[in-house]
Write a protein that binds this ligand. Structure first.
Ligand code: ZN
Length: 186
């Protein structure tokens, strides 16, 4: 069982650094850190969290996907740790959707991401894996990988007009859901 770590917020330089590769995955300190990162992700109810977000400039992130209202077909995945992750190829097709970030509390933005990506990473057991992700999981992967390169989702946005506060986001998402439900009744 891990412990809950403090989350770095936008403005702290650790979020703007390129994180270092992990070489000693079997090291107890790294293994304990992965437990802590998973625990911190669960505690903050996030779908992903990257090591720099807890002040550790290492190439590790966690993905935790489950079906939700915007992605009812999202797979149940994780929480799993991905170490030294890379994108090996991606679809030209991009999609824009809303993202939030534990390090930018209270803000949401519309971010374009590749719809499908092929990836490579090491598991916490040190096993090399290749995978193909699309939609929601591809979005989480790209968001978290950016954290390892010092990139925040705000940097990927096309317009400041597509930044909203959590309060307004919740308001219009509730409205869209209500309209959908009304439509279903008809
Ligand atoms: Zn983030």
């Amino acid at each position: 069982m891990g412990k809950i770590l403090e989350i770095a917020e936008l403005g702290h330089p650790v979020l703007r650094k390129v994180a270092s590769e992990v070489e000693d995955i079997e090291n107890e300190e790294i293994q304990n850190f992965i437990d802590d990162l998973i625990e911190t992700g669960i505690d903050s109810n996030g779908v992903g969290i990257a090591a720099p977000q807890v002040y550790e400039s290492k190439r590790i992130f966690i993905i935790s996907s489950r079906p939700n209202t915007r992605y009812p077909n999202a797979p149940e995945l994780g929480p799993i740790a991905l170490i030294n992750p890379e994108i090996t190829s991606f679809s030209d097709e991009k999609e824009k959707d809303w993202e939030g970030c534990l390090s930018i509390p209270g803000i949401r933005g519309l971010v374009p991401r590749h719809k499908t990506i092929k990836v490579k990473y090491l598991t916490r057991e040190g096993v090399s894996k290749e995978d193909e992700f699309s939609d929601f999981v591809a979005r989480i992967f790209q968001h978290e990988l950016d954290h390892l390169d010092g990139i925040m989702f705000l940097d990927r946005m096309e317009s400041n007009h597509e930044i909203v506060t959590e309060k307004e986001y919740q308001k219009f998402m509730t409205k869209i859901l209500e309209e959908k439900n009304l439509g279903n009744e008809g």
